[in-house]
Design a protein around this ligand. Structure first.
Ligand code: FAD
Ligand code: NAI
Length: 466
């Protein structure tokens, strides 16, 4: 039986990053992945393909709506959906191939098949009819997550679909109803609404992206309404009936009224669940919580010594960068280093346009915790760069401790905030005060000046430009 210092099960951003770090630290490393390609959900059916389609459709939307004001005259642009899908596939292929290259470069043994624990140090890999076992002194489980099912609206892969199928539709639908106004709902909804699909979102809670700071959801709703989307909040879907070319949802709103929505497709996007099928957790007695997530301690250790777990399969935000940070910290701890993940400094980004980004505590969380805070908001309207770019929608909000001025949360909606949030992460990580950010020089003219202005506003009405 081949023997390794480190065996990683799952080749997503948690697993492949853990494997690379292990190899860098001199561990003889193997990675087991059931897909033919590495990269997990994120690279194959998540972050990367969705962002490829978001970028293509936003360019299309800009060509239709903004070129004219910039003085660019073109005939009415047409969407070539087949080319958009093909480009998305090409981006996925080149990105997953890049992970193969990383495995080779770091001399990591790559094994294709489903990994199942035989003991705390032995994994059996099944690939079709072939089976083999390998030994690992340390095993890291990074098997990720799968789409959550809604019992009253079962997937049929034809009319009732998940994000997997929504990234591969053969046509631009005339209409789509999306169950769930979370991250997938608003991102996939944006892709199709920009192409002319009539998108309706049905959300259980009373607003979009409800786990983020509520001001962001309200502002996003306004821009998505402008894009033509319609919303049913506080509404519970009770059933679905699929026909050959359409599906009809029934739902109940807060007033107890029954509504019915017909569309070409129903996309179910109500969250994801930890994926542990076939892993043999019962066989070795690894504990899971009430939501099926593998239980770990603060060192990523399961209750079986030598077996660790990271990423979507454990508690916490289901984000690629969170999974990767955990993969690195877990392996560094295995070799005795004192690494950790600062969960307060994990940003969340929604790739709509304008983009939405957040790090640290929301206003709602601070209120619930009874923490006294100061707030400074700056609108992109006051930014010269934003006006030059025709991108004045949105704002940045800085929340700081009332007494110490320490930044507790930064929340943004606006142009390129997916990238601007990195400065806010540095501020939170280094426990900067709002004044620290406010008095630092920011290049002019840039979108980043809006963060400086919001920080100044939080330090007592010191913003200059509004
Ligand atoms: P995964 O990426 O799910 O990887 C787990 C891998 O393990 C899979 O490849 C699976 O095939 C494999 N596996 C499972 N069981 C076994 C087994 N027994 N043996 C062998 N292999 C196994 N996050 C972001 O941060 N930014 C985004 O923009 C973003 N966009 C997203 C868009 C969509 C549509 C979706 C669905 C998700 C998105 N996410 C995004 C979330 C992100 O994809 C996940 O948080 C991330 O992939 C989790 O990484 P992971 O390594 O824990 O698991
Ligand atoms: P989500 O948790 O973001 O949103 C699910 C939404 O569905 C919630 O608003 C919830 O209130 C609503 N909901 C739940 N049950 C419902 C019901 N029965 N009827 C109506 N609404 C209901 O989950 P989503 O959008 O499926 O995404 C899954 C995961 O993937 C998320 O955890 C997210 O972190 C990750 N992801 C991250 C992205 C990013 O970082 N840009 C992009 C896409 C996904």
């Amino acid at each position: 039986m081949d023997s390794f210092d480190l065996v990683v099960i799952g080749g997503g951003p948690g697993g492949y990053v853990a494997a690379v770090r292990g190899a860098q630290l001199g561990l003889k490393t193997a990675i087991i992945e059931s897909r033919i390609t590495l990269g997990g959900t994120c690279l194959n059916v998540g972050c990367i393909p969705s962002k490829a389609l978001l970028d293509s459709t936003e360019l299309f939307h800009q060509a239709k709506t903004k070129f004219k004001v910039h003085g660019i005259e073109i005939s009415e642009p047409k969407a070539n959906w087949n080319q958009m899908i093909q480009r998305k596939r090409d981006v996925v292929t080149s990105t997953t191939k890049g992970i193969d290259f990383l495995m080779q470069k770091n001399k990591i043994t790559r094994i294709i098949g489903v990994g199942s624990l035989i003991s705390g140090t032995v994994v059996e890999i099944t690939n079709g009819t072939e089976k083999k076992q390998i030994e690992g002194k340390n095993i890291v489980i990074a098997t990720g997550s799968a789409v959550a099912q809604l019992p009253s609206v079962p997937f049929d892969g034809q009319r009732v679909i998940s994000s997997d199928e929504a990234l591969e539709l053969s046509e631009i639908p005339k209409s789509m109803v999306i169950i769930g106004g979370g991250v997938i709902g608003v991102e996939m909804g944006s892709i199709y609404a920009r192409l002319g699909t009539q998108v309706t979102i049905v959300e259980f809670m009373d607003g979009l992206i409800p786990t983020m700071d509520r001001e962001l959801g309200r502002a996003l709703e306004k821009t998505l309404r402008h894009l033509g989307m319609t919303f049913h909040f506080g509404t519970k879907v009770t059933g679905a009936k699929s026909e050959k070319k359409s599906v009809t949802l029934t739902a109940e709103n807060k007033k107890g009224e029954t509504i019915s929505i017909e569309a070409d497709y129903a996309l179910v996007a109500i969250g994801r669940v930890a994926y542990t099928q076939g892993l043999g957790l019962d066989k070795v007695g690894i504990a899971t919580d009430s939501r099926g997530r593998i239980e770990i301690d603060t060192h990523f250790r399961t209750n079986v010594p030598t077996v660790y777990a990271v990423g979507d399969v454990v508690q916490g935000a289901m984000l690629a960068h969170k999974a990767s940070e955990e993969g690195v910290a877990c392996v560094e701890q295995i070799v005795g280093q004192k690494s950790h993940v600062n969960y307060d400094a994990i940003p969340g980004v929604v790739y709509t346009w304008p983009e939405v980004a957040s790090v640290g505590k929301t206003e709602e969380e601070l209120k619930t915790a009874g923490i006294a805070y100061k707030k400074g908001s700056a609108p992109f309207k006051a930014s010269g760069r934003a006006r030059a770019a025709e991108e004045s929608d949105g704002f940045i909000k800085v929340l700081a401790d009332q007494t110490t001025d320490e930044i507790l949360g930064i929340h943004m909606i606006g142009p390129r905030v997916a990238d601007l949030i990195a400065e806010a992460v540095v501020a939170i990580e280094y426990r900067a005060s709002a004044e620290d950010i406010g008095i630092m020089s920011h290049p002019h003219p840039t979108f980043s000046e809006t963060l400086k202005e919001a920080a100044l506003a939080a330090t007592g009405n010191r913003a200059i430009h509004f």
